[in-house]
Design a protein around this ligand. Sequence first.
Ligand code: ADE
Length: 250
Amino acid sequence: MSFAATILTLYPEMFPGPLGRSLAGRALEEGIWSLDTVQIRDFAADKHRTVDDTPAGGGAGMVLKVDVLAAAVDHAVARNALEKLPVLAMTPRGKPLSQARVRELAGGPGVIILCGRFEGFDERIFDGREIEEVSLGDIVLSGGEPAAIMLLDACIRLLPGVMGAPSSGSEESFEEGLLEYPHYTRPVEWEGRTIPEVLRSGDHARIAAWRKHQAESDTRSRRPDLWEHHNDARDQPASGARRETKEPDQ
Ligand code: ADE
């Protein structure tokens, strides 16, 4: 059964965009996932096909109208009536997306994704239609479409049959709550920089120990937030002691 993605947008021509290429594009052609776009403007009730209005209370920008959004969401839900799909809205006010949530979504039947433009959505849509607000990080995009493409890309690569080597999905960044270890390939020396000796040793145990150490030390220095979380998860119940990374034999 294929993973069904429905995108509600004012710019359906932005899809599949990059998702029509490479791994995701091939998977789309093979029917591993399917894409359906819904033009939000088709659900405007007036003859000018108005989708937005000025913000209550004043201020800059325009707000997407709740009645138009609800009609578009209801249409998408009815079109996918055989499965109960989660309905997500891309917004910088949402819960930050995690690899764990991506894994859950990829394991399900699909998603309906609402993309906003302008200042945002009328807040009442989220409760009114059980919508999960999702953020791609503390940056402001000009609309939800690029965020929806990123979310879908992250889900699609996890679908069975999309990635060649099954292990490359489980050893990578965030799967263990750590950044992934660094990679190198030939030439052995480039502008005076060499591939670490251990990776050329052929000693698989030493290589595994080195990679684990690199993953831990890079996470600790680059992403103290992830490192803290990783240790809290390992130290159940919390010991309060800060774990150090041990140097492997060089
Ligand atoms: N739309 C605009 N900015 C966004 C963000 N950071 N994440 C998700 N959707 C958005």
